[in-house]
Design a protein around this ligand. Structure first.
Ligand code: 3NM
Length: 210
C-alpha cells in the first residue's frame, strides 16, 4: 500500500451540525492521507451513499479510501480497501473476496493478534486503544504505549496507533515508535478541522526528519 501517516475515521456524532463531506474535505486539506468511512448505525443503503460520495472526494484529492466492515460497499464503490475488527469476517475470507490488490487493515489489541494479522497477509494493523476512548463501544481497556513498543520490536507490516490520541498526548505515541496515527474525535470533532490536521501533520513530519 502507499505510504501514509495521518489517518482520519469518520464520526458524524462528533459534528451533528456539519456535513460529512465538508468535514472530511477539511481534514484532507489539512494533510490527512487516508480516510475510513465508519458507520455502525446507518442502513446499508445510507452507508453506500456516503461511501460513493467519499470515494469521489478522495479520488479528487488523491488520498486513500477505506470502508469499515462493509465489504460489499467497499467493492461497489471501488474503495482502496477495508478495515475489519477481530469479530468481523476472518482475514482469509476477506482476502478471497477483496482480491490481492486491495488493502485489508485489521484492528489488534494484543501482540498475538498482531502476529496473526501479519502472518495472514494483512496490509496494515490498528494498534490500540492506546488511551481511553469514548468513540468505540465495547472497546477493550487501554493497551498503553507498551503495546506500540511490542509491535515496533516484532511486527514488520505498517501499523497505525489509535484510541484516545489527542494533540496533547501524541508525543507519547511518537516517542513509543509510532509513525502513523489514526483518530476520530480529535479530528472530526474539532472546531478547526483543517488547523488540527495541519498541527498533526507538522508534528509527524518533524519526527520523520529527526
Ligand atoms: N478503534 P478516538 S479505538 C475506532 O483500539 C477505534 O481498535 C480502536 O476514536 C481500537 O480517536 C477507536 O476518538 C476509536 O479515540 C478511536
Amino acid at each position: 500500500m502507499r505510504e501514509f501517516s495521518l489517518y482520519a475515521i469518520t464520526g458524524e456524532a462528533f459534528h451533528p451540525e456539519r456535513d460529512l463531506l465538508e468535514v472530511m474535505e477539511e481534514a484532507i486539506l489539512g494533510g490527512v492521507d487516508i480516510i475510513q468511512l465508519r458507520d455502525k448505525t446507518s442502513s446499508k443503503r445510507d452507508v453506500l451513499q456516503k461511501a460513493k460520495a467519499l470515494r469521489e472526494l478522495t479520488k479528487k484529492h488523491d488520498v486513500m479510501f477505506i470502508v469499515n466492515d462493509h465489504i460489499d460497499v467497499a467493492l461497489a464503490v471501488d474503495a482502496d480497501g477495508i478495515h475489519i475488527g477481530q469479530d468481523d469476517l476472518p482475514l482469509a475470507d476477506a482476502r478471497k473476496i477483496m482480491g490481492q490488490d486491495k488493502i485489508i487493515g485489521i484492528s489488534t489489541h494484543q501482540i498475538e493478534e498482531a502476529r496473526e494479522a501479519e502472518a495472514g497477509g494483512a496490509d496494515y494493523i490498528g494498534v490500540g486503544p492506546i488511551f481511553h476512548t469514548n468513540s468505540k463501544v465495547d472497546v477493550v481497556d487501554p493497551v498503553t504505549t507498551n503495546y506500540i513498543e511490542q509491535v515496533v520490536a516484532e511486527i514488520k507490516i505498517p501499523f497505525v496507533a489509535i484510541g484516545g490520541i489527542k494533540l496533547h498526548n501524541v508525543q507519547q505515541v511518537i516517542d513509543a515508535g509510532a509513525t502513523r496515527i489514526c483518530m476520530i474525535s480529535e479530528i472530526v470533532g474539532a472546531n478547526d478541522v483543517k488547523g488540527v490536521c495541519e498541527q498533526f501533520t507538522s508534528i509527524l513530519s518533524e519526527r520523520v526528519k529527526r
